[in-house]
Ligand binder design. Structure first.
Ligand code: C2E
Ligand code: CA
Ligand code: CA
Ligand code: CA
Length: 275
C-alpha cells in the first residue's frame, strides 16, 4: 500500500508538472500575442428595452492562437491576469475599442472590460486619459466595466482610482452584479453609473419565480439609487418582455444581438443609413 501511495503521488506530480508547464507556455504566448496580432475584438450591442434603440456596444476580446485556434477569454484572461500580461493586453483593448468607437455615430457608447490587475496597475487613469486624447473619443462615450473582485482587493485604492477615472468624464459600470460578495455595500461606496445584472439571473426570468424575484429586487435597488440597470444574457423574447414589463432600462444578449467583428458593425451602420 505504501508503494502504491508513492506511485499515486508521482502520478499527480507528473500531472501537475504538465499543467504548470502548459500554463507557463500560455503565459509566454500571451506576452507576444499583441505584437503578433493574434487578438481581435468583437462588439455586442446594448439596447434600450422600451424602444429597442441601440445605445452602444461592449467590446469582447478574442484570441486566435496560431496552432490551437480560438481560445475562450474565460480560459486565457485568468492566466493573463496572474502573469500581469493583462496590463499591456488591456491597454491594446482600450486603444482598439476607443479608436473604433471614435468613428461611430456621436452618441454611441463603447463599454470596455477592465480587470482588477489592470485597474490597480500604476497610472491606469493616465493611460485612459492618453487613449482618449490619442483616439479623440469623447470621455462620456467610454464606459469601463468592473467586477466586484476588482474593488474588494484594495477598497481604498480602488476608490481613489475610480474617482480619478470619473474625473476624466468616463462612465463606470458594475459588471456581473450578484455574483460577487458584499455587492450592496459596494454599490453605495463606489461611484457607479450603471448596474449590469449577471446573465445567470436572467435565464428563465419569465418562467422561474425565484429568478424573477431576484431580478425585481435588483431593479428596485437600481431605482432607489438612481442607477440604470442592464440585463446581461437576454436569450429569449420571453425574458425580454418580462424585463421590459419590469422597467429594466437596458439589455444585452444573443436575442438582442451576437458579439460580432467590427466589419459587421460597420456594415450595419451603412444599411441603417440607407433606410
Ligand atoms: P462578461 O464581461 O460578463 O461578458 C459577457 C459574456 O457573455 C461574453 O462572453 C459574451 O459573449 C457572453 N454573452 C453575451 N450574450 C450572451 C447570451 O445571451 N447568453 C450567453 N450564454 N452568453 C452571452 P465572452 O466574450 O466569452 O467573455 C467572457 C468573459 O471574459 C467576460 O465576461 C469578461 O469577464 C472577460 N473578458 C472578455 N473580454 C475582455 C477584455 O477585453 N478584458 C477583460 N479584462 N476581460 C474580458
Ligand atoms: Ca462585461
Ligand atoms: Ca458581465
Ligand atoms: Ca462575466
Amino acid at each position: 500500500a505504501k508503494s502504491e501511495g508513492r506511485d499515486t503521488y508521482r502520478f499527480y506530480e507528473h500531472e501537475m508538472g504538465q499543467e504548470a508547464r502548459a500554463r507557463r507556455i500560455m503565459e509566454h504566448e500571451l506576452r507576444h500575442a499583441v505584437s503578433r496580432r493574434e487578438f481581435h475584438l468583437v462588439y455586442q450591442p446594448q439596447k434600450k428595452l422600451d424602444t429597442g434603440d441601440l445605445i452602444g456596444y461592449e467590446a469582447l476580446l478574442r484570441w486566435r492562437h496560431p496552432e490551437r485556434g480560438n481560445i475562450s477569454p474565460g480560459v486565457f484572461i485568468p492566466v493573463a491576469e496572474e502573469s500581469g500580461a493583462i496590463v499591456p493586453i488591456g491597454e491594446w483593448v482600450l486603444q482598439t475599442a476607443c479608436s473604433a468607437a471614435a468613428g461611430w455615430k456621436d452618441d454611441l457608447m463603447i463599454a470596455v472590460n477592465v480587470s482588477a490587475v489592470q485597474l490597480h496597475s500604476v497610472n491606469f487613469p493616465q493611460t485612459v486619459h492618453r487613449v482618449l486624447l490619442e483616439t479623440g473619443l469623447s470621455p462620456h462615450r467610454l464606459e469601463i466595466e468592473i467586477t466586484e473582485t476588482a474593488l474588494v482587493r484594495d477598497m481604498h485604492r480602488a476608490l481613489t482610482t475610480l474617482r480619478q477615472l470619473k474625473a476624466l468624464g468616463i462612465k463606470v459600470a458594475m459588471d456581473d452584479f450578484g455574483t460577487g460578495y458584499s455587492s450592496l455595500s459596494n454599490l453605495r461606496a463606489f461611484p457607479f453609473d450603471k448596474i449590469k445584472i449577471d446573465g445567470s439571473f436572467i435565464r428563465q426570468v419569465d418562467t422561474n419565480e425565484q429568478a424573477a424575484t431576484i431580478v425585481k429586487a435588483v431593479l428596485g435597488i437600481g431605482r432607489g439609487l438612481g442607477l440604470p440597470v442592464l440585463a446581461e444574457g437576454v436569450e429569449t423574447s420571453g425574458e425580454l418582455s418580462f424585463l421590459a414589463s419590469e422597467f429594466c432600462q437596458i439589455g444585452q444578449g444573443y436575442y438582442l444581438g451576437r458579439p460580432s467583428p467590427i466589419e459587421d458593425v460597420l456594415r450595419e451602420f451603412e444599411t441603417e443609413e440607407q433606410k
